[in-house]
Design a protein around this ligand. Structure first.
Ligand SMILES: [Zn+2]
Ligand SMILES: [Zn+2]
Length: 210
């Protein structure tokens, strides 16, 4: 980041796209901006996904038939995850191509993703001033890798004393040879990070409190 850069003034608080003209007159809608975080509701709780650097998004929505439309665009967030072996922060840049069917249902309260009979996901919304926060957050979580290493050769932490073995050996090195690290999981056995869902690994993200 360039010191003194004025990106903050352009920062969008939450990404909205206005679909009123599209619904009335089939006019295509467009929205773009930059996000340093997303706040969205999940299971009745507000969640915050914070990005390591301003994340550009660019979204077009085109009318299809009736109340259906198609959203396409791009979103490039950089997540800060933990190295699965040594837990140091790792920036993970994602380049996400967006492409999602949408359906307008006036009765829909908050926008949600629904699986269509075709197996395709459909973004259902009821407010023509559509808040894309939850959609972009869910798309980001699905695109994130299950686990990352800060370096493919990361030596991990000593399982006895927690010493970062990348900084050099500790007195327990002889008892816990590096070869015993389970390479299928990419993490030392018994680590609290041995969870295998994207949400579990993302739950370990260090997110600053608002
Ligand atoms: Zn590491
Ligand atoms: Zn040790």
């Amino acid at each position: 980041m360039v010191p003194g850069a004025s990106y903050h003034v352009q920062m969008t608080d939450s990404p909205h796209i206005h679909l009123g003209s599209l619904l009335r007159a089939s006019e295509d809608a467009h929205a773009e901006g930059t996000l340093d975080h997303l706040r969205y509701e999940q299971g009745g709780q507000m969640q915050t996904l914070t990005f390591a650097e301003p994340a550009p998004y660019d979204v077009d929505v085109n009318a299809l038939d009736g109340h259906e439309m198609y959203l396409q665009g791009s979103f490039e967030p950089t997540l800060t995850m933990e190295c699965a072996r040594c837990l140091r922060p790792v920036d993970v840049p994602l380049e996400i191509t967006l492409g999602t069917l949408m359906r307008y249902e006036p009765s829909a309260d908050a926008p949600y993703l629904e699986e269509a009979e075709s197996g395709e996901e459909v973004l259902v919304f009821g407010n023509p001033d559509l808040d894309l926060s939850a959609y972009l957050a869910e798309t980001t979580l699905l695109a994130a890798p299950l686990s990352v290493l800060h370096d493919p050769a990361c030596k991990g932490l000593c399982q006895v004393c927690g010493h970062d073995l990348n900084d050099g050996p500790c007195e327990h090195m002889a008892q816990v040879p590096v070869e015993e690290i389970d390479d299928d999981l990419g993490i030392p056995e018994g680590s609290a990070h041995a969870k295998q869902t994207p949400f579990a690994s993302l739950a370990d993200l260090k997110l600053p409190e608002d």
